[in-house]
Design a protein around this ligand. Sequence first.
Ligand code: TPP
Ligand code: MG
Length: 672
Amino acid sequence: MNRAADNIRILAAAMVEKAKSGHPGGAMGGADFINVLYSEYLQFDPKNPTWEGRDRFFLDPGHMSPMLYAELTLIGKFTLEELQQLRQWGSPTPGHPEVCYERGIENSSGPLGQGHTYAIGAAIAAKFLYAKTGNPTFKKETIYTYISDGGIQEEISLGAARIAGNLGLDNLIMFYDANDIQLSTETNVVTCEDTAMRYRALGWEVINIDGNDVEQIRQAIDKAKTIEGKPTLIIGRCIMGKGALQADGSSYEHSCKTHGAPLGGDAYRNTITNLGGNPDDPFVIFPDVQAIYDARLKELENITKTRHEEEQAWATQNPEKAAQLKDWFAGKLPNIDWDSIQQKPNDATRNASSACLSLLAKQVPNMIVSSADLCNSDKTDGFIKGGATVISRDNFGGGFLQAGVAELTMACCCIGMMLHGGVIAACGTFFVFSDYMKPAIRMAALMEVPIKFVWSHDAFRVGEDGPTHEPVEQEAQIRLMEKMKNHSGKNSMLVMRPADGKATTWCWRLAMENTDTPSALILSRQTIEDLPEGTNYKGITKGAYIAAESDNQFDIIFVGNGSEVSTLIAGAKLLRKDGYKVRVVSAPSEGLFREQPIAYQRELFPIGSKVFGLTAGLPVNLQGFLVGAHPSSTIWGLGSFGFSAPYKVLDQKLGFTPENVYEQAINILNEQ
Ligand SMILES: Cc1ncc(C[n+]2csc(CCOP(=O)(O)OP(=O)(O)O)c2C)c(N)n1
Ligand SMILES: [Mg+2]
């Protein structure tokens, strides 16, 4: 076993050396744990990488990718040639791991702290699926995760540990590579935390071991697997750069220098030799190491055979549930009776969203909704009103996760649920606090996880709470993700701000049907006047559409989204009194609109038209609609932080009134 770990160390060091860039030290220190885990514990199906009941391994420190790639090579997921392509264009071995189930990579990692939080979400998903279906495979599944000093120091680790401890996730085992070294210093320069005490305080079982000792690793995992009602943290004291030697032959262990740079020259050669490898031919799997893994793969065939038989027996007894489970993992939605939703007239869109969630609670049994302690305000509690119960250590079949005040943690948990598979996750908070979720939004977009974000209190009309709570620049930030493509060539996110209750139903529908990317709904706190009778809401599927009562021949086009559309419609009425003709376009998602055939885009916004845009965010939100428009076209937005006052006062003071719309339009119309 030590030779196998040394083999991983050699491969990791050699990969980084060949790439002339990367992180050898941590990978070398963690090799013993990952070797024991994969050669003796992790249950996966060598023939079916997407087996629903597999154990999962979530890496948090993505910079330790060489460790993961080397390990996955031992189980046949990568070739030695591919290891030699570390960090090169087009290779399957990018600098930091990118999710790829076929290759055994459960999550993209790199931004420290997120990876282990996905694991917590996955552990919740496994418990949820067991509670919902009774399929015994989900009870046998263990979620392993690997965290390092960086992840432990990231704030998210507190929220993640709180949730895992509070829910008693005994299907979660986290290995902490405590090597006392981080990127620029030893850890004692920045922390004097008693990490074991923190995790114990949050309800975890904590086991301290020598993280480079095979027997101690085994005993710790064995013990962790027997613990009930608690997640387990195994704190492994590891040696950074284990086995590394300097050019002069002295120890190169426990050095920050090995964190993020090749060992280099003679240090590299000495190290490989010291570990039993050949510096001139380091990309080798030793035959005795291969034998260990061959034996394990054989063993896994038997283990999974038995597991599959158990699953089959369950499926035979529960054919309907088995069919349902298949759909869940395929991302297939059940029929949702959207037409049955009766939106109240002139309601706030957060309430309209609540009505949708109530229906989803009844009709989408594999959905989990979460809120960061704002469910009765962001109205995700519509899901509870629809029948979902709150998830707890005694009730994993509930569909609602009370995440506590921890937006980033919540988002990462939800992402983890979806990475696990079988679950659709949505999470809510105030739009202004989307700022606390950005790192997770970005990773969800990158990984193409179709999570749903629900952001209420969408604008300065939060009013009395003042500028701290009034989103202004948030929409511009989030919409940037609509402009960015993912690696599949699609918009990396679908962002929708509906104009009224019925539009909200449509946006939820689009969000649920979007299985390719994250979706977001941006919702109002205040009530909104409905769009005119006769509006064809189906236009939402094209990202922008004409509101009813628009004039076919028009002098000016008004464009906006959310509650601004009703202000524009009221402004249009004033303008018509002067004999002008107006088209009003609601544009819940410019990203989606830009994907439509150019003919449709031109039809809505003929070249040279005079356009007036109104947005409660930065004017840049609507700038795209002015391309090709008459030069007199303008946008009225908010160019500063908001202010504390009742929202109707703010509307007046900031010019979000029909009168101002009229005035601005007249200015545009009067220009040549
Ligand atoms: C959120 C985030 N901040 C900063 C970094 C840059 N970074 C990469 S590794 C690291 C710290 C490494 O310490 P540790 O996790 O102990 O890894 P080791 O040095 O032991 O390999 C930092 C700051 C990052 N990847 N993610
Ligand atoms: Mg470290």
